[in-house]
Design a binder for this molecule. Sequence first.
Ligand code: AMP
Ligand code: ZN
Length: 681
Amino acid sequence: MTLEEARKRINELRDLIRYHNYRYYVLDAPEISDAEYDRLLRELKELEERFPELKSPDSPTEQVGAKPLGQPLGYLEATFRPIRHPTRMYSLDNAFTLEEVRAFEERIERALGRKGPFAYVVEHKVDGLSVNLYYEEGVLVWGATRGDGETGEEVTQNLLTIPTIPRRLKGVPERLEVRGEVYMPIEAFLRLNEELEEKGEKIFKNPRNAAAGSLRQKDPRIAAKRGLRATFYALGLGLEEANLRTQHELLLWLKEKGFPVEHGFTRAVGVEGVEAVYREWLKERQNLPFEADGVVVKLDDLSLWRELGYTARAPRFAIAYKFPAEEKETRLVQVVFQVGRTGRVTPVGILEPVFIEGSEVSRVTLHNESYIEELDVRIGDWVLVHKAGGVIPEVLRVLKERRTGEEKPILWPENCPECGHRLIKEGKVHRCPNPLCPAKRFEALRHYASRKAMDIGGLGEKLIEKLLEKGLVKDVADLYRLRKEDLLGLERMGEKSAQNLLRQIEESKSRGLERLLYALGLPGVGEVLARNLAARFGTMERLLQASLEELLEVEEVGELTAKGILETLRDPAFRDLVHRLKEAGVEMEAKERGGEALKGLSFVITGELSRPREEVKALLRRLGAKVTDSVSRKTGYLVVGEAPGSKLEKARSLGVPILTEEELYRLIEERTGKRLETLAS
Ligand code: AMP
Ligand code: ZN
């Protein structure tokens, strides 16, 4: 082995070992056996012994003993050490009106001495934090925040909790900087705040702050539970070498290299073309999975970028065209208290109605006691209100300078506003403990019937109220016992609508475990978690037996959520409800059998298996894995049957983990929580 070959292999091994350390210690989801891991480590040690000039203090072999006793090998905290970006990171200039976009194009015309219109690429401006990833010879070396543009903070360990960030690249410039945005999807953000609210803790103001806070966690295991995502749109070093002509090509290149380009982009010609896209995206804004505060307009032709260059702060070839962000002053006239499905009491501010970005705003959530304390808001106060993300009304601040002294503090009720039961206080959370509280029942039914849950369209709020009033239903299981005669007895319920409703209720039985879990409103469980739980456990029966450890293994389930779920699962009332739903014929199995339990993994098969190879391949694919025919460095596992071919040698030389057929099936059963027989068909 030459020195050069050794260097290559050593780098490969270090990278592999760091990756597996990370799977093991941070994600708690090892991909290879201990023996396999030891083999990699031994090989690295031996090579470093033979080629001492290649030793390095940051090799995983050197980390033994470097950490305090009891701390696992290679468990790495985020360091936040300062990192100088190889090339500067810029901000963007803003435009708030069409005129300002015109002025932007005119500046370009003057600088280039050429008339427009020019071709642009328009991208969503994702509201997150910009980051810089640095790759050497296709291997991710570090990732850092933008900081002041010249120097940022290293956040590699936390960035690696984002599953879509590639660690290795093929066919890229030797030194490469890839830039993009780390963000928290709105659903993850709402879930995180829901958790914090249940605990009575301070909530994050917006997804951007939540993303920043999560990326700045010292312990990547916490960051890993926060569901961060990333999207990439620019290159620093390596841009010239990549030989690209346009921004459009650049985005496609990033995609092809395996980077998530999730923010969407389109081409447009001239200011009018840009305006058309802007208008359309403004309308679509509330349907995006992330918060966008505008669009980014970039000249498509990269050769023009070189001609135009940068100001001290921002490129001259791009501009952020911001969405309107109206802020209005109004008065808080009253606070009412709402009781939710979990019995938690939420204060809602009643405002003197104001018009913001096209619709009337008259209610705003005040979340909880800490939020009110922090905001220091009183009844009668003038407040500044906007729509977060263009959708959710929010108090920005209290205009204390306008206080008259007549304002009154917000007092929490002692008793439940719905049932009169005495409220209990858990930390800062006020809760109605009465299991028969009608507010809980109403909310539970409404949520159960909602579109993303069991989708019983005919069961509106009015009808739910009537059904509760007449005592026809007490909980969701009672829905399945409704008869046509019951419904016809209600006012304004005709033969036809009764029939429709009963049909919808019948249809709701077969929505599958994913939807059912969401519909039952387990604490902290939104659509995504419901899907993850269903994928992991497969059946309600299996879920009911889950341990805390097993729940914690589920993607994006944090400690608090896990405990809350477990408590509910053990609750006799919940078990009884599930039992009655089952009796009624409600399906309790996951629809996507095994869901995407193997998503992100890739397999190659060699040799003869005990089952037809095509069947195994189909199963792996059904579970979300990739199956290919030849081994490369990117291969996740080689599955080895009887009389394996040359792929085995190749996999060994590349350090690709190897599984026997048995081990493969064990992996599948562990990941899906199901027996192989029930999966294969
Ligand atoms: P600002 O933070 O207001 O200075 O806006 C500039 C920032 O917008 C950049 O530094 C990026 O973090 C962010 N950004 C979001 N989406 C994009 C995008 N598609 N292209 C460029 N920058 C973006
Ligand atoms: Zn109550």
